[in-house]
Design a protein around this ligand. Structure first.
Ligand code: NDP
Length: 309
C-alpha cells in the first residue's frame, strides 16, 4: 500500500495552497482533487476580490495558476475522490475512488462545501431540467427567459445579478423581509431593473411539464399562495460541508462543519487538519480558504517534526 507523509484532499484554493506550502517544505504532498477540480470557485466567472489582481481574474485561470504553482514545487496532484476514511489510528487510511488505498502520516481535509437544496420532491424531479444551483454554469440556457433565485444571502444576490445580464426577468424568492447579503450586494440587486424581490415567500412547489420547469408555487407569510411563471429555478440558500466521511472520527458542529482548535487548522484528531469551506461557515472566501490551506500545511509540518516522521 502506498504511504505518504502528507495527503491533501480537495482541489480548491485551500487544497492547492496547502500543497504549495507542503511541497516547499519537502513534505512530498499528494493531493487528490475530488469531484470538482478547482473547487467551487470554478462555478463563478470573474473573481474581483482576490488580492493581487486589479481588474479581477478569471476564476478558472486563478485555480489553474494555483494548481500549476503547487506542481512546480513538486506536489503530486492526482485525479480522484476520497470514498472512505479510517481516522481511528495513524497512519490514517483513505480509500480513493473505491479501490485505491493510501496511508498518510498527516491528512489535510480541504474538501469544501456543496450547494444546498430545499428538499422538495418537485425540485429533485426537475433537476437539470430547469432546476440548478449554479447560475454561472447554467445561466446561458435562460437567455431572454424568466428565472427565479431562492435565497437572500450573497450567493443568491450574486446569482440573481449574473442571471439579470442574461434573462429577461429575475425573481428573488426571499423568506424574510430582509436580505442576509452584504450591503453592496443588496444595493446592486435593488438597483437592477429586471430583478424583482418577492419578500416573505417560501417555495411550496416547483411546477413543470414534460419539458421541464414552467413555474413555482409560493406561500407568502400571510398565508396567501400564488404561482409565478418561470423557466428556470436557481438555488442560492447556502452550502453543505464535505465532511461526511470524516465526521464519525472528528468533531463537527451542528451543520457538519469541521471544528478546529482555536486559531489553527488542528482538528480533534491529532495529525488531521482542516482547511477551507469544510471548516468555515463564516468567511467562505477564496482568500480565507487559501490562507487556511497555508496554516494546515504549516500545522502538518510541525506535527511531522514533533513526531519525528
Ligand atoms: P447564507 O447562509 O449567507 O445565506 C443563505 C440565504 O438563503 C439566506 O437568505 C437564508 O435565509 C436563505 N435560506 C436558507 N435556507 C433556506 C430555505 N430552506 N428556504 C429559503 N431560503 C433559505 O449563504 P450564502 O451562500 O449566501 O453565503 C455564505 C457566506 O459566503 C456568507 O458569508 C457570504 O457573505 C459569503 N459569500 C460571499 C460572496 C462574495 O463576497 N462575493 C459570494 C457568495 C457568498 P435567512 O436569511 O432567512 O436565513
Amino acid at each position: 500500500m502506498e504511504k505518504v507523509r502528507t495527503l491533501i484532499l480537495g482541489g480548491g484554493p485551500a487544497g492547492y495552497t496547502a500543497a504549495i506550502y507542503a511541497a516547499r517544505s519537502n513534505m512530498s504532498p499528494v493531493l487528490y482533487e475530488g469531484l470538482q477540480p478547482g473547487g467551487q470557485l470554478t462555478t463563478t466567472t470573474v473573481v474581483e476580490n482576490f488580492p493581487g489582481f486589479p481588474g479581477g481574474i478569471d476564476a478558472n485561470t486563478l485555480m489553474e495558476n494555483m494548481r500549476e504553482q503547487a506542481k512546480s514545487f513538486g506536489a503530486d496532484i492526482r485525479t480522484g475522490t476520497a470514498t472512505a476514511a479510517d481516522l481511528s489510528k495513524r497512519p490514517f487510511r483513505i480509500t480513493v475512488d473505491g479501490n485505491i488505498e493510501i496511508e498518510a502520516d498527516t491528512l489535510i481535509i480541504a474538501t469544501g462545501a456543496a450547494a444546498k437544496y430545499l428538499g422538495l420532491e418537485s425540485e429533485k424531479k426537475y433537476m437539470g431540467a430547469g432546476v440548478s444551483a449554479c447560475a454561472t454554469c447554467d445561466g446561458f440556457f435562460y437567455r431572454k427567459k424568466t428565472v427565479a433565485v431562492v435565497g437572500g444571502g450573497d450567493t443568491a444576490c450574486e446569482e440573481a445579478l449574473y442571471l439579470s445580464g442574461l434573462a429577461k426577468k429575475v425573481y428573488m424568492i426571499v423568506r424574510r423581509d430582509v436580505f442576509r447579503a452584504s450591503k453592496i450586494m443588496q444595493e446592486r440587486v435593488l438597483s437592477t431593473p429586471n430583478i424583482e424581490v418577492l419578500w416573505n415567500c417560501n417555495t411550496k412547489e416547483v411546477l413543470g411539464d414534460a419539458l421541464g420547469v414552467t413555474g413555482v408555487r409560493l406561500l407568502r407569510k400571510d398565508g396567501t399562495e400564488f404561482d409565478v411563471a418561470i423557466d428556470g429555478f436557481f438555488l442560492g440558500i447556502g452550502h453543505e460541508p464535505g465532511s461526511a466521511l470524516f465526521a464519525p472520527y472528528l468533531e463537527v458542529d451542528g451543520q457538519g462543519f469541521i471544528v478546529r482548535d482555536g486559531y489553527s487548522s488542528r482538528t480533534s484528531v491529532p495529525g488531521v487538519f482542516a482547511a477551507g469551506d469544510v471548516a468555515d461557515k463564516v468567511y467562505k472566501q477564496a482568500i480565507t480558504a487559501a490562507a487556511s490551506g497555508c496554516m494546515a500545511a504549516r500545522d502538518a509540518e510541525n506535527f511531522l517534526i514533533e513526531k519525528g516522521l
